[in-house]
Design a protein around this ligand. Sequence first.
Ligand code: FAD
Length: 306
Amino acid sequence: VFDVLIVGGGPAGAASAIYAARKGINTGVLAERFGGQVLDTLAIENFVSIKETDGPKFAVALEQHVKEYEVDIMNTQRAVKLVPGKISEVHTATGAVLKAKTVILSTGARWREINVPGEKEYRNHGVAYCPHCDGPLFKGKRVSVIGGGNSGVEAAIDLAGIVQHVTLIEFGNELRADAVLQRKLRSLPNVKVILSAQTTEIHGDGKKVDGLSYKDRGTGETHRVDLEGVFVQIGLVPNTEWLKGTVALSKHGEIEIDPRGQTSVPGIFAAGDVTTVPYKQIVIAVGEGAKAALSAFDHLIRSGDD
Ligand code: FAD
């Protein structure tokens, strides 16, 4: 029986593992893909104290740091079911059942893709998902933001201060963002909003993005916009499908946590992009992971099991 079983091996899970193991308690990490989203990232320039690194390097460093401690890492294993209890169970896709006194859920999230030709080919070569991360790479260039909800409009406002020009493309016939954001957006001279537009293709020269095509849903005509970057902002999906009916989830499917990382179920904690914590960033996931591990340790000493 683990004292702490961490499900998810991204930055949040890695931080939880280090903090738990340093308490000398029996710690395990179950991860489908150790490293998490950073494995799909090129440059990382906002992890405080590391001026610049890249995703795969960062993922290796995470794993090496965790391996400094006695942590049972179970990589390439997917959790499919959680059964909370005094001793909770985590069932894996291969049929194994792991038991733990406390569980930390850190299964992260994934960006919703638009699934058009060019998106996969030019991912990280002009196609981006995170304006806080990749915005500065497009300084002085032309970009588009796909999606007119709060995240799309916030991204467009943010990017307008860095890039030369932003074209915001919304599928529906109106923006869905809060009125105050829409007002701010409309006041910016270097942003153009196109409504009722369905993105049909992202173009490139074989190496990087050089344009985008969309269909005007009113007229049916297709138009091309020349640009260097495309930010897809149509939603971040938390990896919580396997948790339905166990811990409380928000309407967006994120695990609801309190400021200590406690979920609605005692002994079950959560951290990082999978939770309701705002701003999905590595530095934040790491802090949240550390917090959840300290809360789990606190739970163990208070329940008198350790
Ligand atoms: P994740 O990194 O998503 O890790 C989740 C972990 O859970 C993975 O190990 C996954 O395999 C595992 N998992 C999921 N489901 C299961 C399951 N059912 N069973 C077992 N394991 C499971 N942030 C920055 O701060 N700076 C950047 O420059 C930056 N650039 C980014 C670029 C891209 C392209 C992307 C996609 C994200 C970027 N981010 C960046 C965001 C950052 O990567 C995330 O905020 C961070 O990785 C979140 O960490 P996490 O541990 O919460 O989740």
